[in-house]
Design a protein around this ligand. Structure first.
Ligand code: CP
Ligand code: NVA
Length: 302
């Protein structure tokens, strides 16, 4: 069988390919904004399996496929046989005989790996407990559009060592930037993922030291999907890691702030940072659409 190119983590594609996808994403953004048709995936069908909630991921993939001339279908475990115990492997075999690509948002990363191993079509990670690579395509596109190439720059992650943080670690390796991670004890990123990154990633406990002179500050919710029961405990542990105006003042004068959203104003970030007139988080959210269209073209195009 021909090797199928999946996108389960940022490490699945070489750096030059990732950069090509980001370039194309900006082109597609221009085509979209100027009303120029770009139906490069006519007749192609994307199946989207969501085991967790979503606004951005669902809408951007669905709108993106439609703008490219194809279509997307939303599948929830509640009304498919997956939710009644049909094995992941069998679902992969069947779906991949009917559609051209499958996007999955699930809990355990091993679920998506198992699915991909039995799929005849490309599988895209729409978020697992371990990674969120599509968000990183959009974040990198946003940095490139506002500040140029991220190579050699410094990025600071403030908060939980979660799926987004893991994808930032992979991005530091692939795009060649320095990543500092400010997180409380007990909430570090996965030790193995951290170890693979070598010198380009460092854990710096003190938020102000981690942010000092940085070019991009990124945070995320303190309570990811599936961690709702830990909410109180987490809010106490993360309180010193809120992104405030005072913390941003330690960063480079033109530093950007990003958040994958949904954001909890007054928790991980002060409202005024998100709502500032120069906030790029809305552009970052929009870029999910363009970056994923470029990814779909790359995986499904001729
Ligand atoms: N950032 C992100 O993936 O948002 P959704 O959960 O709304 O898809
Ligand atoms: N870390 C968050 C990201 C949401 C897009 C979560 O997994 O819930």
């Amino acid at each position: 069988m021909r090797r199928i190119q999946h996108f389960l983590t940022l490490l699945d594609l070489p750096p030059a390919t990732l950069r090509g996808i980001i370039r194309r994403a900006s082109e597609l953004k221009h085509l979209q904004r100027t009303g120029k048709p770009h139906t490069t995936l006519q007749g192609k069908v994307l199946a989207m399996i969501f085991e967790k909630s979503s606004t951005r991921t669902r809408v951007s993939f669905e709108a993106g496929m439609s703008q490219l001339g194809g279509s997307a279908m939303f599948l929830s475990p509640r009304d498919t046989q997956l939710g009644r115990g049909e094995p992941i492997e069998d679902t992969a075999r069947v779906l991949s005989r009917m559609v051209d690509c499958v996007m999955i948002r699930t809990f355990a990363h091993t679920n998506i790996v198992r699915f991909a191993e039995h799929s005849h079509v490309p599988v895209i990670n729409g978020l697992t407990d371990l990674y969120h690579p599509c968000q990183l395509l959009a974040d990198m596109q946003t940095f490139f559009e506002h500040r140029g190439d991220i190579q050699g720059h410094t990025v600071t992650w403030v908060g939980d060592g979660n799926n987004m943080c893991h994808s930032y670690i992979n991005a530091a390796r692939q795009f060649d930037f320095q990543l500092r991670i400010a997180c409380p004890h007990g909430y570090e990123p996965d030790a193995k993922i951290l170890a693979t990154a070598g010198k380009c990633v460092r854990v710096v406990r003190e938020p102000s030291a981690a942010v000092e002179g940085t070019d991009l500050v990124v945070t995320d919710t303190w309570v990811s999907m599936g961690q709702e029961k830990e909410k109180q405990h987490r809010q106490a542990a993360f309180a010193p890691y809120k992104v405030t105006r005072e913390l941003m003042a330690f960063a480079a004068p033109d530093a950007l702030f990003m958040h994958c959203l949904p954001a909890y104003r007054g928790m991980e970030v002060e409202a005024e940072i998100l709502d500032a007139p120069d906030s790029v988080v809305w552009n970052e959210a929009e870029n999910r659409l363009h970056a994923q269209k470029a990814l779909l073209e790359f995986l499904l195009g001729d």
